[in-house]
Write a protein that binds this ligand. Structure first.
Ligand SMILES: Nc1ncnc2c1ncn2[C@@H]1O[C@H](COP(=O)(O)OP(=O)(O)OP(=O)(O)O)[C@@H](O)[C@H]1O
Ligand SMILES: [Mg+2]
Length: 347
């Protein structure tokens, strides 16, 4: 992983930063002893689900989190804590079209929600492992990943790692093994429901969001995500071909819904890489809003260099450059999601 840009610190797998949200700061422990593996580390959050109020009075207190909060308050977004959903929301971030912003959306929504008092787990279900890289997960050929959960029945809880510098955020990484999983899954019993089974095997009651970053295909991995999740979030890139292939995606959601997961709903659409200088971008945005109405978040995520730079530093844009337009947009998008969960819009 690249050096942490803000303080030059290298967070290795042997010295994972373990967050203790109750204390508001991190402590370094050696790999095998990480408290993450102790069920107690997923303990009750400080933000009340009923009132959304902060009971500790202390937010995340790493240097980067402080910088992010400072930047946000400069921008007039002073509300530090957002409502938590009444129960854990489980969303797949899906679109079989490549490069539309699935991973960027998953990572930055997750970071924003976590920085505002929600407890979030990102599951990287893409063999490319982009979400894992963006969240600073170090991997090598011996690393365990979501592959071991899907194919070898490893426990999800054992695989989730705390994300450096963002309290309340964890990630189950992907490794390249996952590239073979589509084929290996074919011969397994209930191959479409492996992820659902893995989710069912752990208590998610202390989590607020599980975001599953899907690969750019409608294969078995994406089907597993849709069977395991209650909601689908679709990022749509504001460009000419954006709506091509969307029909196929919607048909697949319907197929999964009618055969495998009757409660599945498309709950959220996020317009990404919006370029305000082009008429085309606003035409695409209008067309998507006409088709999908309230499902589309009001916030448009602009095309922003800082958003595209952040992953190469193993960071979300929320920590890499919290004052950038991209970070502000993802912050607003996440705020909308958090408040919609409270009012039921889009659920
Ligand atoms: N708002 C943005 N501004 C500028 N660049 C962006 C923005 N959103 C995403 N990108 C860049 O576009 C590329 C594709 O984004 P991303 O990886 O999130 O898409 P994806 O749908 O997950 O791709 P894949 O289908 O390969 O998984 C990346 O290089 C990313 O950094
Ligand atoms: Mg991706």
């Amino acid at each position: 992983m690249p050096q942490n840009q803000s303080d030059g610190r290298h967070v290795s797998r042997e010295t994972e930063l373990v967050f203790d949200p109750g204390m508001g700061s991190g402590t370094e422990v050696s790999g095998e002893a990480t408290p993450w593996k102790d069920p107690q580390s997923w303990r009750a959050p400080e933000v009340s689900r009923e009132t959304g109020s902060d009971q500790s009075g202390v937010g995340p207190d790493t240097p980067i989190a402080r910088a992010a909060r400072a930047a946000m308050s400069v921008r007039g977004n002073g509300d530090d804590l957002w409502p938590r959903p009444s129960e854990c929301r489980v969303l797949s971030i899906a679109n079989q079209k490549g490069g539309v912003g699935k991973t960027t959306t998953a990572v930055n929504l997750a970071a924003s929600l976590a920085m505002h008092g929600n407890r979030v787990l990102v599951v990287d279900l893409d063999p490319q492992g982009n979400a894992s890289t963006a969240l600073g997960m170090e991997r090598d050929e011996n690393s365990r990943s979501i592959y071991h959960c899907l194919v070898e029945d490893a426990e999800m809880r054992q695989l989730a790692l705390p994300v450096p510098d963002i309290p309340n955020l964890w990630c189950v990484p992907a490794t390249i093994d996952l590239a073979g999983a589509e084929i290996e899954l074919v011969s397994l019993v209930a191959r479409e429901a492996r992820l659902k089974r893995a989710f069912a095997a752990f208590d998610s009651s202390e989590l607020d969001y599980i975001l599953v970053d899907c690969p750019p295909s409608l294969g078995l991995l994406t089907v597993n995500a849709m069977v395991a999740c209650a909601e689908v979030l679709i990022p749509i890139q504001c460009e000419y071909y954006a709506l091509e292939g969307l029909g196929q995606l919607l048909r697949n959601v319907e197929l999964v819904k009618s055969h495998l997961n009757p409660t599945l709903e498309i709950s959220t659409i996020v317009l990404t890489m919006y370029d305000a200088r082009t008429r085309l971008a606003s035409q695409v945005a209008d067309e998507v809003r006409q088709h999908f109405g309230d499902l589309v978040l009001n916030t448009l995520v602009p095309r922003s260099v800082r958003v595209s730079e952040a992953p190469s530093y193993g960071q979300s844009v929320m920590t890499y450059d919290p004052a950038s337009t991209g970070a502000a947009a993802y912050l607003e998008a996440a705020r909308e999601m958090a408040h919609r969960a409270k009012t039921g819009v889009g659920n």
